[in-house]
Design a protein around this ligand. Structure first.
Ligand code: GAL
Length: 988
């Protein structure tokens, strides 16, 4: 039971109503011939600890704020040295006591003095705020304009009467906490402030109050329909279509349609008596038909991401260049859709989506997830006192964004549970915009929506849903209704840390089932805030780094981009997995089958080429003629006659599809899709490492050593101590990895927290007991049992060393003992070598990181890197940097001397300037400091990565079960060791 609210009116910031004084919501437009003044720039600022700490005298003209700080508006004040950011995912960082907020309520008073331009005509004008978190009270020249909430939504006030030519005083009081905060529990930083533009806009007599562009496209006859409703009435001209029509009148004309793939826009102008507004019109029709989401009559496949607005220095204040950069990065990574999680973005972002082509799921600024912590008691979306605020938010989104062709669906919000308020929002939206489908994920019954949406459903469940065989709802009518809906994953592939794994397997399901129309990877960018250590090294901070009492750690860093917008390996993988052209080889026949997986575009924009490589070196290359296939079509194309193998090494074909011409989003030559295949698959991995040569025999030497070719071993432990005169550590069997976020899982998956289980089993503290060292014939054989304390599990390991010429080979046999139920993190050898060997060449998978379930983008080739560049800087350090399918690697010093490693079969190579233990202990990237050894991991197998930080575990086929294994490595000295012996520490 809830206490009765205290007597007396609530202060405005606690009142659940949306606010007072603002104009009715209306369409946004970028510009018109009406003048506008951007009021951004240097404002005066004062922070108080509570809402009522200061009186309102600051809003009066003449108030002296010269001793206040200066703040660059738009901004979040905690990122400007006033107070601190705070991060929670689900939990409210204040008592759940709606609509009350804490007395400690950081309150920022903002003051801006401005003059009007000399040619300002006078008359009506509006003052617009594009985004203020979370509640603002506004005065102009001492007169109060009103109060608004709804942080990521615009608010406008009529101000014409109050304006003066000179010395206007705009005063804004912003409270961090308000009743609105209960509706804004999105998983992100709590960041108060005037964080989007503030603009003064002239409203001449007869100017546009609002307009609604209704556009459709009939794919059966190629005709577009257009009707622009406008208040007041005016005309619309579309020169390219020869149209000059009154507003309100429909026309039907032949047009080219708009789609995310071919974003055809027509320049137009809306003119009323008092204003001319340039428009960009896109003709398209969105519909749910026969259980499928269609645009212009065709099923679309969403290759989407969830995008929060984020910048590591400015939080949710994102400048126009950054927005454009996001869209370009998306387009260049084959992404075609964006969910504006979990609030309408800055309006200009949607213009970019119209222009460059992205399907948009526009989501309302609404989340009440924290009520789940209290059994959803008091949830505002099921309490009619809040319904006006919910309707206000729906209207402010729909009215603002209704004219964008890119917006194909409205989303009511995120993670609010269920309630009548949501139904009211849906009903209002349907009434206002009958055309666009409605989305909301949080109500399993899907009663208010048009698409069945889920987050993080695993692959098996998606397959069942794809077959329309999902678990039934109790209510038969609702069940039948939902079963007839298209299905989207509004979130999947949780991109936290190393991962997400299993994307390719989702994509296969989207292709196999018409109903599964893709989804939106969670999420676009890590929200790490840039900070510096005392000694000036920059790093990204996450929850808990600002002294928060409650926080959710690095769960705020779960994006495909690092905070500085460098693509992570996850984005590179996604690009490959969702590529819109499939290239499949039939190496025996010498053909490739090319399939156009676009929904609208034919292949005329792409050119195809092939490369034939031997041993990683290009032998020949050329163009491939591929017809301009229509969407869904395939063609079989012949490769040129197989060049005769020259014996220079393994032969591989790569076929690539690249942009034939420059586009608005990437230059000609930009790679869109590719495939690589072996000419003779038998070649791969079959090459014997042992090359001819007379075997050396091991011999005992002084100091308790055994010498075998270039190797010197400790006779009692069988451990290699020197190779070719250089001191080395190991190699020894290794199973541990610094757990990735997906190994850690979340608290709500107790059974799945592999990290804990691994540690409980002692996999991070395995001991090596030497069972036997046998020197005999041509080999040195070392038997060890690798096992953790307090357990009878173990790995019996037989390492057989042999040597010919300057080469030393170890063949390893591993046999698990005991009842292993957990997967192993890795299985391979780790050795420490001199850190000056930090230049590496390899022949194998690259150029980037790959793990068993994230290896789609890895292609075989010859690569070169230094060790530093092989590290992936996950915001919270964790296992990273493996390269797949490595045949051989050469580690060199600057003088060219070094070590070559050949693997049979190919192996996973990871090189680090710190140990796994150091990586495991690090919390931030700046904790990692080279520790004097180059750690070389030569892995026979790795456990997959999955996306269990918030989603499915590693799929069974990528689990590394403890099982008998056999593998071998050959070490060869390169050049003259030259350098003096290097003393290495033992692993810490
Ligand atoms: C979802 C939520 C997102 C985010 C994600 C996990 O439940 O909608 O906002 O929290 O999980 O990162």
């Amino acid at each position: 039971m809830h206490e009765a609210p205290p007597a007396g009116p609530l202060p405005y910031y606690e009142d659940p109503s949306p606010g007072t004084g603002a104009l009715p919501p209306r369409a946004w437009w970028a510009h018109s011939d009406a003048r506008r003044v951007n009021l951004g720039g240097a404002w005066r600022f004062r922070l108080s600890a509570s809402a009522g700490a200061e009186d309102e005298s600051f809003a009066r003209p003449g108030f002296d704020a010269s001793r206040w700080d200066v703040l660059p508006v738009p901004c979040h004040w905690p990122l400007q040295g006033h107070g601190m950011p705070a991060y929670t995912n689900v939990r409210y960082p204040f008592p759940v006591d709606p609509p009350h907020v804490p007395t400690e309520n950081p309150t920022g008073d903002h003051l801006r003095h401005f003059d009007l331009p000399d040619d300002w005509p006078g008359g009506a004008a509006v003052l617009r705020f594009d985004g203020v978190e979370s509640c603002a009270r506004v005065w102009l020249n001492g007169a109060e304009l009103g109060v608004f909430k709804g942080s990521r939504l615009p608010a406008e006030f009529e101000v014409g009467e109050l304006l003066r030519p000179r010395g206007n005083v705009l005063a804004v009081r912003v409270h961090q906490w308000s009743s609105g905060s209960y509706l804004e529990d999105q998983d992100m930083w709590w960041l108060p402030g005037i964080f989007r533009d503030v603009t003064l806009i002239e409203r001449p007599e007869g100017s546009v109050t609002d307009f609604f562009v209704h556009c459709g496209y009939d794919h059966t006859n190629g005709l577009g329909t257009l009707r622009v409703d406008c208040e007041p009435r005016g005309t619309v001209t579309v020169p390219e279509l020869g149209l000059d029509i009154p507003t309100g009148e429909p026309v039907i004309v032949p047009v080219e349609p708009w789609s995310a793939e071919v974003p055809r826009l027509y320049d137009a102008e809306l003119a009323t008596e008092g204003e001319r507004i340039p428009l960009r019109i896109g003709f398209r029709t969105v519909a749910v038909e026969d259980g499928v989401l269609k645009v212009n009559g065709r099923r679309i496949l969403l290759r989407g991401v969830n995008r929060h607005e984020f910048d590591p220095d400015h939080g949710r204040t994102v400048d126009p260049e950054t927005m454009r950069r996001d869209v370009l990065l998306m387009k260049r990574h084959n992404i075609n859709a964006v969910r504006t999680s979990h609030y309408p973005p800055q309006p200009a972002f949607l213009e970019l989506c119209d222009e460059l082509g992205l399907w948009v799921l526009d989501e309302c600024d609404l989340e009440t997830h924290g009520f789940e912590e209290v059994g959803w008691r008091g949830n505002p979306v099921d309490d009619e006192r809040w319904t006006p605020a919910l309707l206000d938010r729906a209207a402010r989104m729909v009215e603002r964004d209704k004219n964008h062709p890119s917006v194909i669906m409205w989303s009511l919000g995120n993670e609010c549970g269920t309630g009548r308020g949501l139904s009211a929002m849906a009903a209002w939206i349907r009434e206002r915009d009958a055309v666009r489908p409605i989305h909301y994920e949080g109500d399993l019954s899907s009663a208010d929506v048009d698409v069945y949406s889920r987050m993080y459903a695993d692959h098996a469940e998606c397959e069942r849903i794809g077959r329309r065989e999902e678990h039934p709802l109790e209510d038969a009518a609702l069940d039948a209704r939902r079963r007839a809906m298209p299905f989207v994953l509004c979130e999947y592939g949780h991109a936290m840390g190393n991962g997400p794994g299993g994307l390719g397997e989702y994509q296969a399901i989207f292709h196999a089932h018409e109903r599964c129309q893709g989804g939106f990877v969670w999420e676009w960018i890590d929200h790490g805030l840039r900070r510096r250590t005392a000694d000036g090294r920059s790093y990204f901070a996450y929850g808990g780094d600002f002294g928060e009492e409650l926080h959710d750690g690095n769960f705020v860093c779960d994006g495909l981009l690092f905070p500085d917008r460098t693509p992570s390996p996850g984005l590179v993988e996604l690009k490959k997995v969702v590529e819109p052209v499939r290239i499949e080889a039939d190496a025996r026949r010498g053909t490739v089958t090319v399939t156009n997986l676009h929904d609208f575009a034919d292949l005329s924009g792409l050119s195809f080429g092939w490369v034939y490589e031997e041993g990683g070196e290009v032998s020949d290359e050329g163009r491939l003629k591929v017809p301009a296939l229509a969407p869904g079509e395939s063609a079989v194309v012949e490769l040129p006659l197989m060049p005769r193998a020259t014996g220079r090494g393994e032969a591989l074909w790569t076929v690539r599809a690249v942009l034939a011409e420059d586009t608005a989003w990437a230059p000609a030559g930009h790679e869109v899709a590719w495939s690589q295949f072996a000419v003779d698959p038998v070649v791969r991995g079959a090459r014997s490492v042992a090359r001819p040569g007379k075997p050396h025999a091991p011999r005992r030497a002084e100091g308790g050593m055994v010498v075998l070719g270039p190797g010197v071993f400790d006779a009692s432990t069988g451990v290699l101590r020197y190779f070719n005169g250089i001191q080395v550590t190991g190699p020894a069997l290794d199973v541990w990895r610094a757990p990735i976020d997906n190994d850690r899982g979340m608290d709500w998956y107790p059974q799945g927290q592999l990290d804990r289980q691994w540690r409980a089993s002692g996999l991070h503290r395995m001991r090596h007991r030497v069972v036997r060292v046998t020197v005999g014939g041509d080999t040195l054989t070392v038997v060890t049992r690798v096992a953790p304390a307090a357990s009878d599990l173990g790995l019996r390991t037989v390492s057989t060393w042999s040597s010919t010429g300057d080469r030393l080979t170890v063949a390893v046999d591993v046999t698990p003992e005991g009842e292993w139920t957990l997967p192993l993190p890795r299985l391979g050898l780790r050795m420490g070598v001199c850190p000056t060997m930090d230049q590496v060449d390899w022949f194998g998978g690259g150029p980037g990181e790959a793990y068993p379930d994230t290896r789609a983008a890895s292609r075989i080739g010859r690569y070169r890197s230094d060790v530093d560049a092989l590290q992936t800087p996950y915001v919270r350090p964790q296992e990273n940097g493996a390269r797949a399918d490595v045949r051989w690697a050469e580690l060199r010093r600057v003088d060219g001397s070094g070590l070559r490693i050949d693997g049979t079969p190919p192996f996973w190579m990871t090189l680090r300037p710190w140990s796994t233990e150091e990586l495991d202990a690090a919390e931030h990237t700046h904790d990692l400091v080279p520790s004097g050894t180059l750690w070389v991991h030569l892995d026979h197998a790795l456990h997959g990565v999955g996306s269990h930080a918030c989603g499915p575990e590693v799929l069974p086929e990528f689990r590394l079960a403890a099982a008998p294994a056999t593998f071998a490595f050959t070490f060869t000295a390169l050049g003259d060791p030259g350098a003096p012996l290097h003393t290495l520490p033992e692993p810490s």
